[in-house]
Design a binder for this molecule. Sequence first.
Ligand code: ASP
Length: 322
Amino acid sequence: MTKKILILHTGGTISMSEDKTGKVKPNEKNPLTSLTLSNQANLELITEEIFNLPSPHMDPDHMLQLSLRLRQAQAEGFFGAVITHGTDTLEETAMFLDLTLDSKMPVAITGAMRSSNEIGSDGLYNFRSAVMVASSPESVNKGVVVVMNDEIHAARFVTKTHTTNVATFRTPTFGPIGIISDGHVAYVQNTIARQCLPLTNIVNNIYLIKAYAGMDGTLLAALDSEATKGIVIEALGAGNLPPQTLPALKKLLQRQIPIILVSRCFNGIAEPVYDYEGGGVNLQKMGITFCRGLNGPKARIKLLVGLSAGLSGEKLAHYINA
Ligand code: ASP
């Protein structure tokens, strides 16, 4: 039986070309749309160029449009979907879709580190791998996955780790959930249960701040406004902050602004361990919510999804750690 796969192109290096001076630029026509894959037997690929954006131009409203299109695709009987995307913000779109799609339909996101006409271009290869993943019965109910460089990563933990290397996407702490080997898809881990919140609108003004040695309250004070809806802080180590930030944090909490804490460490999880001024135990007692295992950009997307779904207080805190 022929499987229908929806291809949504959104732009990024995978759709760009290098000019004679070595600068990489968007094309009017996506070069992937004129290519034929060698493994298309029994697949019907239906292509839509939903956006043509470098991924630093991607925002949560674009992500919502993608989510709504994918929800519709499942109702239309598609077996799976592939999204091509710039790699800079790919992990945030993947996270958003994973949190807002409650379907079992395979969704594979891919991109490229080298544009379409560069030597060693990885775009077509990654695209073909993503089609294999999206059409595999093994991918059903795995959530949204990122497919790059012969690896399959869960949207929740994958991150871009290198500015230019084709092996840029990694899952610190937990590793990839599968590989593409010898032309087939092999999963080695299951994904954990997800709580999905289908959205129809986006709450904006949710900020991400990184802590550093000697940090004071200046940046936090700049967010002390009614317009601020939420803040994620990439804290130090297991989840600690310099004591000079505390007065500004207290003011933000008095305004009932949710503050979520993750670690700026690349590996591991943030937890309230230290009981000193600015230590995690102290921060949790003040009303700051720890978010275990997510990096800053992903925790920000999760907070955005929770707030956009109308969650607050205890329910929001529970969702952040679900
Ligand atoms: N700057 C590009 C983008 O994210 C990088 C890429 O696609 O790899 O659109």
